[in-house]
Design a protein around this ligand. Structure first.
Ligand code: FES
Length: 230
């Protein structure tokens, strides 16, 4: 059945007569029928347009989801003053030097400006950059360590008792700065980019450095803890 047939109002015998007789009345009836046809056509086009727009919008959302403030995008995790800096030997989870932020799946590490590094000069600067360690204007150092173990993806934890990160699954062990210590992990822990916005700490969970290898004598930044971690 065509659109014309659907839209055409039933014609009364009287109208039929007038139409076939011609004149002003016939013209009026014909105009009404044409107007209805146009109205229905335009309505169908509008419905088609709306559904097409909705489909395109849905496809764009699937391709480019709005992640603002969510994991996978930059996340403000707090103010600088929320994270007191500390020397590695005094680290205590969520109290001094190392702080967990669930929304960013990150351990935020804040090393004191007094931290002793094995390297110095340009070598130190290069290695800090290679390990995504951000130096602050006050001389302290910030690292955003992704909580996911680089062995098989378990979530590791910071242990105050051995001042280091230990994975509960197969025992991979990382220093306070995320550098590999021992266990099956194929590299050091991964890190997110970290920046400052005024006094806010921004962890970019969409930008991951997953290329820090096992350290050796020429690249290791910080001394391993002296306590054993079983
Ligand atoms: S997943 Fe962490 S050691 Fe295997």
């Amino acid at each position: 059945m065509s659109i014309d047939n659907i839209n055409r109002p039933p014609i009364t015998p009287q109208q039929y007569e007038v139409l076939h007789g011609g004149g002003a009345e016939a013209a009026e009836i014909a105009n009404q029928r044409i107007s209805r046809r146009r109205f229905v056509r335009r309505s169908m086009l509008a419905v088609w347009g709306i559904s097409t727009t909705a489909s395109v919008a849905g496809a764009l959302y699937m391709l480019y989801p709005n992640l603002a403030g969510q994991f996978g995008s930059p996340i403000a995790v707090g103010k600088k003053t929320d994270f007191a800096a500390e020397l590695p030997a005094n680290f205590k989870k969520n109290v001094a030097g190392v702080y967990y932020r669930q929304q960013a799946k990150t351990y935020l590490v804040h090393l004191s400006k007094e931290t002793k590094f094995f390297l110095n000069g340009p070598q130190l600067s290069d290695q800090l950059s290679a390990e995504t360690v951000t130096k602050d204007a006050d001389g302290s150092y910030w690292i955003a360590i992704y909580q996911r173990c680089v062995h098989l993806g378990c979530t590791f934890d910071f242990r105050d008792t051995c001042i280091s990160f230990k994975c509960p699954c197969h025992g991979s062990h990382y220093n306070v700065d995320g550098e590999y210590l021992d266990g099956p992990a194929p590299r050091s822990a991964d890190r997110f980019a970290l920046t400052f916005s005024g006094e806010d700490i921004i962890v970019d969970t969409g930008t991951l450095n997953n290329t820090v290898p096992h350290p050796d004598q020429t690249t290791r930044l910080i001394a391993p803890p002296t306590v054993e971690c079983t």
